[in-house]
Design a protein around this ligand. Structure first.
Ligand code: COA
Length: 194
């Protein structure tokens, strides 16, 4: 495996077109998809023809890592994916150096600190290696676990917005934005070093 990133317990590599089964299984769990699609699985066809090709194309276009597949060192088990990328809606032009963080883990691996472990690493890389001015993430306001991860990696709540998307049943509470800016990251780093 070509490891791109290692955390204490996980090895992360780029996705390949042959990884469709991993994503079909991940997105096939209604609990995983609860705060993303209201529990609807992603069809295999969409994964094979849209999602994976977009993920692969990003490796050439994105200055950060794009999407990485995570595996346990101990078992070799697929844990899920993490993303660090320029936001999807950024217009072409000079790089904004604003990066979006995201993650989606298999239910069997929740509650072990994996999301926090890798997200911390990605935030460090964003500022230290990719000259980020800001790292942000969005999640549904009701996604307590995800909000907790973002707080634990040092991000602060920025605000709530109501995306112009079809409502997801039972979750009309809006999305929240969390972010960490470079000056705050630098001041914390300096405090830790002294
Ligand atoms: C959100 C998600 C990535 C969290 O991953 P994880 O590896 O279980 O998170 P961690 O173990 O690092 O836990 C981080 C914190 O969240 C808390 N937490 C985890 N699940 C929780 C839950 N269901 N409710 C409340 N808090 C929860 C943990 O207790 C921990 O906080 P603590 O250290 O203060 O106890 C995982 O649940 C997931 O993939 N969910 C489905 C996809 C998804 O929602 N992705 C995010 C979309 S924006």
């Amino acid at each position: 495996m070509d490891i791109v990133l290692s955390s204490a317990r996980l090895a992360l590599r780029r996705f390949a077109q042959s990884d469709a089964d991993l994503l079909v299984e991940l997105d096939g769990d209604p609990e995983v998809m609860r705060y993303l699609t209201g529990g609807e699985p992603t069809p295999r066809d969409r994964i094979e023809t849209v999602i994976l090709p977009e993920m692969l194309a990003l490796y050439d276009e994105d200055p950060a890592f794009g999407y990485l597949a995570a595996f346990e060192y101990d078992t070799g088990d697929f844990v899920g994916w993490f993303e660090l990328r320029i936001p999807e809606d950024v217009p072409p032009g000079p790089l904004p150096a604003v990066f979006e963080l995201g993650y989606r883990l298999r239910r069997a691996h929740w509650g072990r600190g994996y999301a926090t472990e890798v997200s911390r690493l990605l935030v460090e890389h964003a500022f230290a290696d990719f000259a980020a001015v800001r790292v942000f993430a969005t999640t549904m306001a009701v996604n307590t676990a995800s909000r907790r991860v973002l707080t634990k990696v040092g991000m602060s709540y920025v605000g709530t917005y109501y995306p112009d998307l079809p409502p997801i049943p039972g979750a009309k509470h809006g999305d929240v934005v969390y972010a960490l800016s470079r000056p705050v990251w630098e001041s914390r780093k300096n405090t830790q070093e002294h």
